[in-house]
Design a protein around this ligand. Structure first.
Ligand code: PGA
Length: 252
């Protein structure tokens, strides 16, 4: 039995004042949730120290980072290493989000290198994969997703890969209000689980595969009740405590 996992991706939103209010509301709401529901929030990197302090002593909400640099240190102006994240209680690191791939030119090779950097610091990579609308319409969904997974697996090896969380986020559903139907999402998740089973064996049954893309409190329950959907990566709705807690509740 896999625990459900709900991760909020705050993207480039929030401020010191707004974060304090949001975290306070989450801390109040979380105790009423099932203890098996795992919860994470990914603030902007500059806010990680603040969120770490706000969450000190509250072990129900984990912290994630939205990005990391693949190098350990050096002349990389503006970048943040995995070891720097690890100085704070950071558990998850999002990798390969479609916004990073499309807006910042991240390649599969870079994402694989970042995965290794995160794993070396004992954090959990949340590997995001997804197809564009055009790729879906051309029936390329499966080949696109599997090649995104393969390019990372061949660099990291099985052992490291099996400790990751996978997040399937169809690009056409991110921030658009268009969600994949539960059946569409489950069909993809089943393909992913099968691929994981083929390459990694038994451990694939324990790996969490999240769905992301316009998840809201009113569509979360049917999505999360699908066999191979183990929770969600939540963008817009994670900025509102009531909506985010509603989604966490739907995971129970
Ligand atoms: P959304 O974003 O929930 O706003 O669609 C999801 C994501 O980008 O992870």
């Amino acid at each position: 039995m896999r625990n459900k996992l709900i991760i909020g991706n705050w993207k480039m939103h929030g401020s010191v004042v707004e974060n304090a209010a949001l975290i306070e509301q989450l801390i109040q709401g979380v105790p009423s949730l099932d203890a098996n529901t795992e919860i994470g929030v990914c603030p902007c990197a500059i806010h990680i120290p603040q969120i770490s302090e706000l969450l000190a002593g509250h072990d129900r909400i984990d912290i994630g980072a939205q990005n990391v640099n693949e190098h350990t240190s050096g002349a990389f102006t503006g970048e943040i290493s995995a070891a720097m994240l690890r100085e704070f209680p950071v558990k998850y690191v999002l990798l390969g989000h479609s916004e990073r791939r499309t807006l910042f030119g991240e390649t599969d090779e870079m994402i694989a290198a970042k995965f290794v950097a995160v794993a070396n610091e004992q954090m959990t990579p949340v590997l995001c994969i997804g197809e564009s609308l055009q790729q879906r319409e051309q029936n390329k969904t499966e080949s696109v997703l599997l090649s995104q997974l393969e390019s990372v697996l061949k660099v990291t090896g099985k052992e490291s890969f099996s400790k990751a969380v996978i997040a399937y986020e169809p690009i056409w559903a991110i921030g658009t209000g268009k969600t994949a139907t539960p059946e569409q999402a489950q069909a993809v998740h089943q393909v992913l689980r099968h691929w994981l089973a083929t390459h990694l064996g038994e451990v694939s049954q324990r790996m969490q595969i999240l769905y992301g893309g316009s998840v809201k409190p009113d569509n979360a329950k049917t999505l999360f009740s699908q066999n191979d959907i183990d929770g969600g990566l939540i963008g817009g709705a994670s900025l509102n405590a009531e909506a985010f807690l509603g989604i966490c509740e739907a995971a129970q």
